[in-house]
Design a protein around this ligand. Structure first.
Ligand SMILES: [Zn+2]
Length: 502
């Protein structure tokens, strides 16, 4: 039994507590330390998932009130990594941590097979480190800095730094967050503001998972929740089939490629099995909490909303309710026959010929319909006769009109981007054809630089505030333009525009 344990700080990793104990006792040997703490020699491999916690707690001084459960919930990465796992799986991980029964926790959590790798080193925030030393006389490793994908300290909004302390290693050394492994220098931030915003939002959600101790939901429930949300957003059919292409397009529009790379979640849009395309599928594959959070953030859903939901629908079997008389196979057979009898017919011709049948299949059996119903390709001769030059001119005109429309729109300014132009025109994929050279060139040139766009927004906000006869301050402009409160970079820009306008 040990005589004392140092005070455990908020959000401190148990690993860090043990390291400080070691330092306070002046111990050198790790073996002696482990024997001291656990009553016997055990092998600890992970700073995130300590094991043999029962032995540890039983070995604490009688005055100590801390329980294994409190350690697991407040001082390990357990709540984060098990948030999206079933009750059963979380329970078995909990058991390994309590008893340490020989299984590697990491493999049960799913680190091994996951494409999202945990970071190799323990991380820290240079400002937290400095403040701790001033306020506490020492610093410590925090859980929130070890969240996979988190690149900032959520409090100080500066980049986290790698210490040389390995996060996972066989029989590691216990090292404190002290001058030997940490320093106070803040790293210059190379990332655009959009990436910072996205990441801070991500960290906010991840910290909620760390601290929320939410009830567990099984994968089926979570997938059904996603399907319901996508349906509400018009990204899934009534029966719950996903409109994958649109979903992917919007996802890639929401997240810059650079950010997805930072988050180990790049997407090749042409790969039919990229992670996003299989994410909402019902298979038993392990999904990293990072990707769940990315997906929820994209859906603009709060983590609370998911974990507090009690009922979900998911896919609906719409057809059986509506058609007691016919079974689906019968309809499918009829539709196939119709296609065979009308070879070369376009989809709208087929629709015309098989009126009621088409309506039903299109509505309730859409996925199958898309698979079997041919799209009539534009005939060869016609392809050759397309006057690309003329089409290019027409498209260019459309694009220019769309830009005008976007720029002249009332209300808060909208950024001019190729995507927005396409949306304004209502154009489909054909608009991206590379034979439309002048149009493509124009789209590239007209894309509004983010800084220009901000200036335009700032000017608009000033103008609007002027109309209201208000005293104009940089802060008011910032909020009115919708930048949020805490952006120094934006604030400077506003000051500059205000000065120029005086
Ligand atoms: Zn900090």
């Amino acid at each position: 039994m040990i005589n004392f344990l140092p005070v455990i700080y908020e959000d401190e990793l148990l690993y860090s507590v043990i390291a400080r104990y070691k330092q306070m006792c002046g111990m050198v040997s790790n073996q002696a330390l482990v024997k001291d703490l656990f009553g016997r020699l055990i092998i600890m491999k992970s700073t995130f998932f300590p094991i043999h916690l029962n032995a540890f707690v039983n070995n604490l001084p009688p005055t100590s009130k801390i329980t294994t459960n409190e350690i697991i919930i407040n001082h390990t990465m357990f709540p984060f990594y098990t948030s999206f796992l079933s009750e059963e799986k979380a329970e078995s991980i909990n058991e390994i941590m309590v008893e340490g029964n020989g299984l590697a926790v990491e493999s049960v959590v799913g680190f091994g097979g996951s494409k999202v790798k945990i970071q190799r080193y323990l991380r820290y925030c240079p400002i937290c480190y400095r403040n701790d030393k001033e306020e506490l006389g020492e610093s410590y490793f925090r859980r929130s800095h070890q969240i996979v994908g988190a690149i900032y300290c959520s409090i100080h909004q500066v980049l986290l730094k790698d210490s040389p302390v390995l996060s996972t290693e066989s029989g590691f050394d216990y090292k404190c967050a002290d001058a030997e492994v940490c320093d106070e220098a803040v790293i210059a931030d190379p990332y655009p503001i959009r990436i910072k915003e996205l990441n801070l939002q991500y960290i906010h959600n991840a910290e909620r998972l760390l601290k929320g101790n939410y009830p567990k939901k099984d994968l089926q429930f979570i997938i059904n929740f996603y399907i319901d949300t996508l349906r509400n957003k018009g990204l899934a059919s009534n029966s719950g089939n996903l409109y994958m292409n649109e979903l992917q397009e919007q996802f890639l529009h929401y997240y810059p490629a650079e950010y997805l790379e930072i988050m180990q979640s790049c997407i090749d849009p042409d790969n039919p099995t990229n992670w996003l395309r299989i994410f909402v599928r019902n298979n038993n594959k392990n999904r990293s909490p990072l990707r769940h959070l990315l997906f929820l953030q994209f859906l603009e859903v709060d983590v609370d909303e998911l974990f507090q939901a009690t009922t979900v629908v998911g896919k609906r079997k719409v057809m059986s309710e509506f058609t007691p008389k016919f079974d689906i196979n019968e309809r499918r057979t009829k539709w196939i026959k119709l296609i065979e009898e009308n070879q070369g017919a376009s989809r709208s011709e087929l629709k015309e010929k098989g009126k009621g049948l088409h309506t039903w299949i299109f509505r309730y059996d859409r996925e199958w319909y898309e698979k079997v119903t041919p799209r009539v390709k534009v005939k060869k001769q016609r392809t050759d006769t397309i006057d690309w030059k003329k089409r290019d001119e027409e498209c260019l005109k459309l694009a220019k009109e769309a830009v005008k429309e976007i720029m002249n729109k009332d209300g808060k300014p909208i950024r001019v981007t190729p995507w927005r132009i396409k949306l304004t025109i209502g154009a489909g994929r054909w608009f991206d054809n590379e034979k439309l050279t002048r149009t493509q060139q124009y789209l590239k040139e007209v894309k509004e630089d983010i800084n220009d766009f901000r200036i335009r927004k700032v000017k608009w906000a000033i103008n609007e505030l002027n109309k209201e006869d208000e005293r104009i301050t940089a802060y008011k402009v910032q909020i009115y333009a919708g930048f949020g409160g805490g952006e120094n970079e934006v604030r400077e820009l506003i000051q500059k525009v205000l000065e120029e306008n005086l």
